[in-house]
Design a protein around this ligand. Sequence first.
Ligand code: F6R
Length: 613
Amino acid sequence: MCGIVGYIGKSPAPSILISGLRRLEYRGYDSAGMAVLEDGSIIVTKSPGKVASLQEKARAEWPSERFENASTGIAHTRWATHGPPTELNAHPHLDETGAIALVHNGIIENYRPLRARLENKGHHFVSETDTEVLSHLIGESYKGDLFQAVCDALHQVEGTFGIAVISAKEPGKIITARRGSPIVIGVGDGETIVASDASAIISHTRQVIYLEDNDIAVVTANDVEIRDLDQVPVTREIAELGYDSGATEKGGFEHFMLKEIHEQPESLANAIRGRLDFNLGTSVLSGMGTSARDLSEIQRVVFLGCGTSLHAGLVGEYAFEDLADIHAEVEQAAEFRYRNPIISRSDLVVAISQSGETADTLAAVREANQKGAFVMGLCNVVGSTIARETGRGIYLHAGPEISVASTKAFTCQVVVMLMMALKMGRSRRFSREEGIKLAREIERVPELVEKTIQQSDKIAEIAARYAQCEHAFFIGRGYLYPVALEGALKLKEISYIHAEGYHAAELKHGPIALLQEGTPVIALATDIAGKDKTLGNVEECRARGARILGVITEGDKEAAEFMDDVIEVPACHPLVSTIPTAVALQILSYHIAHARGCEIDQPRNLAKSVTVE
Ligand code: F6R
């Protein structure tokens, strides 16, 4: 989704803004722009396409001294919502006088009537965006105090916003505000950076302030003053970012996705560290925030998420039912928020979100809170909106996930849910010995994943045989059904191959009609309950000419007989096997996309953090 960077300080703003935008590229975007204050005026450069094009354009248009002299500016990467990704629609947008520039993430829902009113008053709009209305509103409200004008304008808009505003009439400050779209302020030494995401800040400072909804701040090079929209001063603590800038770089890997796949043994170890209790055979997850007694009173667990996080929730559903003997459900967050879900105080609602900013998941959290459920977050990004709004939860500790295609967040989500189910299971159902046994299996996860990653070259060879296909089907049963869905999502999003995940039994209820000679079917058939049935389904596919790639347990000769190609994952507990199996599919998708020459880290049309519904 869109990204914001603002800079005010002692260094040339344009180069800092450009490098900040580059760090936000992973979020997904299709145009970029920046505005800087220089010599009493605002200079704007915008470009469709990549940040590199914006940089070239700025260098061509601006004499180098203008680059050097500007020390205040704002910049943006836009992921088109209202109007196509053209230069005119790119941010920043100016007000009627051209003295005020604004960048905006989010959606102004009432922009049509506001635009009509402003047009009647003689305002001229140059773009199709909702955002331009806000810059004109600020200009219209301006009576010599930019802060006041932004407050007045924001009172008139409905929807979501994270904004940064500068004015030629008030140099030396940036006004920034948020509602439903994150803003982080990096507090440096004689410089301040405003951004929608800490990765644009980390190379300057680790001291950050997270704005809360309806906060508005005046930011100067040496100070940050925060109020609410009614101008009442508020205090926000300075937090320290828990990683350094190296974590957001490729570190010698060709793509972030590959780096993040390889990071999984470490990120999983971080997610597990200190959370398993081998003495009591349980897990230590203080973020669940409930006593053993409270846990035993929980009647139902509802997992909420979107995309990959939804698939992780599906694994959680199986884990909670099987290990903790508790009724569990998974809901698409986007559906949950618009239904009238039946939720009670004995429900535990777990919102799963890598970014902690996904609009649909956030809205679902608010709905569950309204209904009095016990809500907790499972987020990766520390200080993210969902993490803060749930007030309790468990961080994944996967480290920054930059690649649009989620890998390490998924496996960390699953391992954390296994630990949650272990804790629930121990308080409701199983013995210390059973708990210890499962804890030992969970402890092995980093090693199991490491062994799977070691097969990367072999998987690359197999991938080459499937790289030119147009369609692919992923099938699995039980615990491996969600992994089949996730495998298909991974393949389609980065390789653009049409891929579908199905329950192995479901294939013959329709989709099998699509199988032809050579159609790839990726069959997940590790040693779990239902494997034999899946092998039966594989036979049905083979009979229709499909080419079968099996993911099986290491050394399972019987299963291998059913397959044309096999990827082996180490033997382990059936629920735990979801993790190495998913990793094998991540590696497969990566190599297929690579062989097809796809833009792996920034797939078309996609964004890392989906902050619109
Ligand atoms: C796919 C992917 C997406 C996200 C989804 C939810 O690889 O990354 O499907 O899982 O957009 O994002 P979060 O987890 O940030 O809420």
